[in-house]
Design a protein. Structure first.
Length: 129
């Protein structure tokens, strides 16, 4: 299942999977210079493809990318992220109820939603102590 990834896509996915937190396109590029990645467009093309396949997510508020850690992710209509401002940890969650509410609002208002971003910024449990 799934389509085979190109070499660059695999490199980018590996980098994101090994990272402790979200990475910007430029830090991904920095990590992969030794692997032959030279130019930002190479990284952006790979990121775009990985985003489409759902293997990674883009965190709008950080302008950074993170590997998907939820094997059931694609079956969830809305994915949310909780970002710790202290340690930078990012948790992914499925917003089932939120998605229902958004859908109701969408229907009531005749608004066509193309993209939904849910990002919570705060302090994670370990950091709260
Ligand atoms: Zn995911
Ligand atoms: Zn934290």
């Amino acid at each position: 299942m799934g389509k085979a990834l190109t070499k660059n896509q695999t490199l980018v996915l590996d980098t994101l999977s090994k990272a402790d937190g979200p990475l910007s396109a430029y830090s991904i590029l920095d990590d992969l210079r030794d692997e032959g990645m030279q130019a930002p467009p190479q990284v952006y093309r790979a990121l775009e493809k990985l985003l489409k396949t759902g293997l990674i997510h883009r965190l709008e508020s950080l302008n950074a990318y993170i590997a998907c850690r939820d094997p059931d992710c694609v079956s969830h209509p809305v994915t949310g992220f909780a970002i710790c401002e202290t340690c930078g940890d990012v948790s992914e969650f499925a917003g089932e109820k939120i998605s229902k509410q958004l859908k109701d609002w969408e229907d009531d208002n005749g608004f066509l939603v193309e993209k939904t971003t849910i990002e919570l910024r705060g302090i994670c449990r370990p950091c709260k102590g």
